[in-house]
Design a protein. Structure first.
Length: 161
């Protein structure tokens, strides 16, 4: 193309090779406009997982120490001993806190473990609904965000589009 010929109507103002044209060979892909937001979500998920783990530890200790700390709101299909739930919450809390720290340290293993732990926490909080319904719903919402943030950010995968 000579300098006297105007560019085609669809490419006005864009240099050759910009914006996904066939001339892009060897160029780095365009930066993902949502990449920083998702990476920030992973950082926030790490903080939430760390805090959620510490709170689950405290929740588990209180359920183990005093079986009458939590009052049952009504009848529920899953009738489980609070001391047993205390141990479950204590173990999940310790693992979640360590995983949250791993996410903040950018450890490779922490992403998959975080997804699994947030899923287990979601199920555990669902079963804990009759004892602390508002708290359980809040933690379920936090777990859903953690799962979303850890699944959305895929390091090493270039976005398509």
């Amino acid at each position: 193309m000579s300098h006297d010929t105007p560019p085609p109507a669809g490419d006005a103002g864009r240099p050759q090779g910009a914006g996904g044209t066939p001339w892009d060979h060897g160029r780095a892909p365009a930066p993902d406009p949502h990449g920083g937001w998702v990476a920030g979500g992973v950082l926030f998920a790490g903080v939430l997982l760390l805090c959620n783990g510490v709170l689950a530890i405290l929740q588990g200790i209180s359920a183990i120490a005093e079986d009458d700390v939590y009052e049952r709101v009504g009848s529920y299909v899953y009738d489980i001993n609070l001391t047993g739930w205390g141990w479950v919450l204590l173990v999940l809390g310790v693992i979640a806190a360590v995983t949250g720290w791993g996410l903040l340290s950018n450890a490779n293993w922490a992403r998959l473990v975080g997804i699994v732990l947030a899923s287990l926490s979601l199920v555990a909080q669902f079963l804990f609904l009759p004892y602390y319904p508002v708290w359980a719903v809040v933690v379920i919402a936090i777990d859903v965000f953690i799962i979303w943030a850890l699944v959305s950010d895929r390091p090493g995968v270039t976005p398509v589009g």
